[in-house]
Design a protein around this ligand. Structure first.
Ligand code: ADP
Ligand code: MG
Length: 513
């Protein structure tokens, strides 16, 4: 079928019940591409219809070297998605009729370059998957509106986003080279035995708490000389910056001097950023996990005994479950879960940690005897995590010098500048011997292996059971339980939340949509 057939099909159903849009399901060939109407919404208010654009890549005019390797192909696809979204904003005529009519949406954008499934390449075919709200007049089909959307607007959007001639070549090249360099740096980290890197000149702070855009006129990052390393990249030559070694790294400094900002930048360093973000060359190894305290979370059979033992009334912590974890138990569970999944670096900020999980000082040890304190504080485990499990920690800790004894590196943030304070910290350890007693009663111990049971994943709720929608943010229902991902800082995009939900659903063997 081609464009003419689509027009005929639409004219036929004009003014009919909205459901009859179903008659236009199928593939229509246009000059350079085809449009697949893959799934049609059942009314104007329902989730929008799903469409696919397919085009033979060799006819679009892009040179093959752009997609030669995964570290070029991923940013190439990400770039096309962004252009499609931009063009959709420019060429679509806005709302048409009730509900989501007139909307054209695609998963694209954000400060990270992501390996998304909204734009994919299969052999020679470039595929763009997006959503469209098909227009209605009241509850009837608006065929004129649909023709405009599918034949005029979409044509302009496709031309602007996938034809090589209409694309800004320099922007595309920068997008790809930024990603390729970031990947090369990450690979070098493994070879150089480092866990993180921040290039000199990087811009770490964001312009507002709820924005991921760079702060204007920020103090650019500069590595202390002692920690400088140089990494060779394919597109920017040699890049110098601060290398973070395995082991325990403390970030200290006065309040408001940029400690959390540094850690946040490292947190997002599992992703590669778009040119101009400021964090293009702030990179950590893939197995890096940000840990927070998350009181109120649910915990299911986690072995938190390295951190918490002998709870009141003998509650078992080798397989600990609760509907409502405390600050410390939730942080313990978050760490153990990360270790179970193979984390090799933990990022922890005092701002989002439970104090009693992190420290217990000499005076408190004297007042509250060890027998009456179920928690073995992180300060007594952080070293063991490294020596026994090869798991490194980067820790922001401005509030307690008790961590000096466990640290391999101490970096101080002062007026947003990083200073190496390793020597001074060592001297202070000698001058003021710690008077607190270690509370670790032996090894950290093995990490338990858990496996989710298929029949415990129930994606459907009981019919008739009243459920209130979750209150925004990164929360959603999975069957009758609420999945709350709001403390998972490293989820960079709502599409990832949907993917996690889809994975759970898949694991539960439920294949309905
Ligand atoms: P800390 O954790 O040490 O208390 P933060 O990292 O929260 O401090 O930073 C405090 C403030 O300083 C934030 O508003 C942050 O945006 C800003 N800031 C951090 N780093 C820089 C920088 N390099 N240049 C300019 N402002 C910065
Ligand atoms: Mg802070």
């Amino acid at each position: 079928m081609d464009e003419k057939d689509l027009i005929i099909a639409l004219d036929k159903i004009n003014g009919r019940e909205y459901k009859e849009y179903n008659n236009i399901l199928g593939t229509y060939n246009f000059t350079n591409y085809s449009v697949v109407l893959d799934r049609i919404q059942w009314d104007p208010w329902a989730p929008p219809s799903q469409l696919i654009i397919r085009a033979p890549l060799s006819k679009l005019g892009f040179p093959p070297f752009l997609i030669k390797t995964p570290s070029r192909e991923i940013p190439f696809r990400d770039f096309i998605g962004r252009r499609f979204r931009e063009a959709a904003g420019k060429f679509s005529k806005g709302m048409r009729g009730p509900g989501r009519g007139g909307n054209i949406e695609i998963d694209a954008g954000s400060q990270s370059i992501l390996n998304r499934s909204s734009v994919v390449i299969k052999d020679d075919i470039l595929e763009i998957r997006f959503k469209m709200g098909l227009p209605a007049n009241g509850k009837q089909i608006d065929a004129r509106g649909a023709k405009e959307m599918l034949c005029t607007d979409l044509k302009a959007i496709v031309q602007a986003s996938i034809l090589s001639d209409s694309i800004d070549k320099i922007k595309l090249k920068n997008h790809i080279t930024a990603y390729e360099d970031a990947e090369a740096i990450r690979e070098s980290l493994y070879k150089l035995n480092l866990i993180g890197f921040i290039a000199n000149g990087s811009v770490l702070p964001r312009c507002a708490g709820d924005s991921d855009l760079p702060l204007q006129n920020a103090v650019p990052f500069k590595s202390p000389q002692e920690l400088e390393v140089t990494i060779t990249t394919p597109n920017s030559g040699e890049v110098t910056g601060m290398g973070i070694k395995h082991g325990v790294t403390l970030i200290v400094g006065g309040g408001f001097h940029g400690k959390s900002t540094l850690l946040d930048a490292l947190t997002s360093g599992v992703y590669n950023h778009i040119p101009g973000d400021g964090r293009e060359k702030v990179i950590v190894i893939e197995e890096t996990v940000k840990i927070k305290s998350e009181d109120g979370r649910r915990v299911e059979k986690v072995n938190i005994s390295p951190f918490i033992k002998n709870l009141p009334f003998g509650k078992d912590t080798n397989s600990f479950s609760t509907e409502n974890a405390s600050g410390s138990t939730s942080q313990a569970a978050n760490i153990i879960e990360a270790l179970e999944l193979g984390a090799r670096v933990l990022l922890i900020d005092e701002d989002t940690s439970a104090t009693n999980f992190m420290i217990r000082d000499e005076r408190m040890q004297e007042l509250v005897a060890k027998e009456n304190e179920p928690i073995t504080p992180f300060v007594d485990r952080v070293r063991q995590l490294y020596t026994e499990h090869n798991v490194s920690t980067i820790l922001v800790m401005g509030g307690s010098g008790d961590y000096f004894d466990s640290a391999d590196q101490v970096i101080m943030m002062q007026n947003y500048s990083a200073i190496d304070k390793n020597k001074e910290a060592q001297e202070i350890i000698k001058k003021h011997h710690t008077r607190r007693k270690s509370e670790s009663d032996g090894n950290f111990g093995a990490i338990s292996r858990r496996c989710p049971l298929k029949n415990s994943l129930i994606p459907k709720k009981d019919k008739g059971k009243q459920q209130w929608p979750p209150s925004g943010g990164k929360t959603d229902f999975f069957g009758e339980i609420i999945i709350d991902m709001s403390y998972l800082e490293q989820i960079a995009d709502p599409a990832q939340e949907r993917a996690i939900k889809a994975i759970l659903k898949y694991l539960s063997n439920d294949n309905t949509q």
